[in-house]
Write a protein that binds this ligand. Structure first.
Ligand SMILES: NC(=O)c1ccc[n+]([C@@H]2O[C@H](COP(=O)([O-])OP(=O)(O)OC[C@H]3O[C@@H](n4cnc5c(N)ncnc54)[C@H](OP(=O)(O)O)[C@@H]3O)[C@@H](O)[C@H]2O)c1
Length: 241
């Protein structure tokens, strides 16, 4: 897909990878970028974002009516990036049910909500691309990230189903699997992390090449290599983290 001239919508664009994606899309010549945030007031002001080609809209992916409202306002989208997400740490057997529900509600059902409301307009616009930002945790689960991994694995399964359903409408559904990234989400993780802008650039390069599975950073590429050649080994490696 050519990003130059595309009209993109990025969920969870208030900060982190989403904000970097909005900045990088505008820099690569997107005609317009809609960024959504739960609380537009909390949007991190960006000196590098071309404000003339950016609109900030309020959307909570778990609230179907707020998703429907934004879909009505933005009927020119050809690239949808489902980036909004949350993460909790801890043992899935100890996690309370509210935490588990909220993570699945946001990371999987929220993403499905957004695609349901935006796919018809993308199809009417002649087709386009949907990229779901998942995580390497969708492919194998570390014990301390069991709830997150379950929500992202569910989103990965949903992505594969949507890919098949939307192909006849000329909509390509891509899955992205970043490794650890230096954002608020991973603040307490003591591991090497990629810079959000490097990850955003890797994701956009993957979209331009229409890679069905995008591994945007070094750790992700390494993980993707093991997943492709020996998924059982990846499960064993992650179980030791
Ligand atoms: N950081 C990592 O290590 C890493 C690695 C792999 C994949 N990822 C994935 O990359 C994506 C972005 O993560 P990040 O690191 O940039 O996280 P972040 O800095 O914590 O930002 C998360 C974004 O998601 C938004 N969000 C959360 N719940 C939402 C909801 N219900 N409705 C709408 N927006 C919501 C947040 O909005 P508010 O400002 O309103 O809270 C924020 O804009 C997530 O899907 C994450 O799982 C992250």
């Amino acid at each position: 897909m050519r990003l130059e001239g595309a009209v993109a919508l990025v969920t969870g664009a208030s900060r982190g990878i989403g904000l970097s994606l909005a900045e990088a899309l505008a820099a690569r010549g997107a005609r317009h970028v809609y960024g959504t945030a739960r609380k537009p007031d909390a949007f991190r002001r960006s000196a590098t974002l071309d404000q003339a080609r950016f609109t900030l809209l309020r959307m909570d992916v778990t609230d179907e009516s707020s998703v429907a409202d934004v879909a009505l306002l933005t009927n020119d989208v050809t690239l949808l990036i489902n980036n909004a997400g949350i993460l909790s740490h801890g043992d899935i057997l100890q996690a309370d049910r509210t935490t588990i529900r909220s993570e699945i509600e946001t990371n999987c059902l929220g993403l499905v909500n957004v695609v349901r409301h935006f796919a018809p307009a993308i199809a009417r616009n002649g087709g386009g691309v949907i990229m779901n930002v998942l995580s390497v945790s969708a492919l194998a689960s570390a014990p301390n990230l069991g709830v997150y991994a379950a929500s992202k694995a569910a989103a990965w399964a949903a992505t594969q189903a949507m890919r098949a359903t939307l192909a006849p409408k000329n909509i390509r559904v891509l899955a992205a699997f970043p490794g650890p990234v230096d954002t608020d989400m991973s603040r307490s993780l003591e591991v090497r992390k990629a810079a959000p802008m490097d990850v955003a650039e890797g994701l956009l390069t993957g979209i331009e090449a229409e890679q069905e599975e995008i591994f945007p950073d070094d750790m992700a590429k390494q993980t993707g290599g093991v997943w492709r050649s020996n998924p059982k080994m990846l499960m064993r490696q992650f179980a030791l983290l």
